[in-house]
Design a protein around this ligand. Sequence first.
Ligand code: GTA
Length: 162
Amino acid sequence: MARLFKNPDQLSAYRDRRFLGTQEEFEHALRTSVTVYVGNLSFYTTEEQIYEVFSRTGELKKIIMGLDKNSKTPCGFCFVVYYTREDAEEAVKYISGTILDDRPIRVDFDWGFQEGRQWGRGRSGGQVRDEYRTDYDPDILFVENHHSCARRGGYGKLVQKE
Ligand code: GTA
């Protein structure tokens, strides 16, 4: 099957600061990896729902939910691992932008899952970008059996505090 993505610029705008190799090694990993990153997920989207959507382009090897490192609850991203490169490429091409739980999800090539990458890197425990976002995301996160709740937020809440 013909490759859908030939130009490295098409692969991803994201550069993982924690990738230890060179830019060439990073691009090689993006070009050959069978793993995709999924962003802008609702905190309520389940692994079963992700399985249903992503298995449309091929058989899945593994799903790793992204978790808030403090609360250990889903924080809006996951990694999906396929068996073949073609299936991963089709997921980036055809599933990105799909609405799941009222949110357009973003599917991006990823250099490959490693233990530790499942945790949000933000100072609050969740994703960095939720702390920097300039729009307001009203999605509500209930914590501790619905005794309290927090909003996903925005307007650069951490930047303003700095
Ligand atoms: N393949 O797009 C992605 C992607 N993202 C956004 C996160 N991951 C991704 N993987 C792929 N494509 O394993 C992966 C990460 C990690 C996990 C959680 O998801 O590799 P995170 O989202 O919590 O943290 O990651 P990450 O990736 O470090 O955050 P981000 O948003 O890309 O920020 C990078 C740096 O830019 C940070 O230093 C942050 O402080 C800064 N930054 C981010 N947004 C802004 C902004 N608007 N203004 C200024 N600085 C900003």
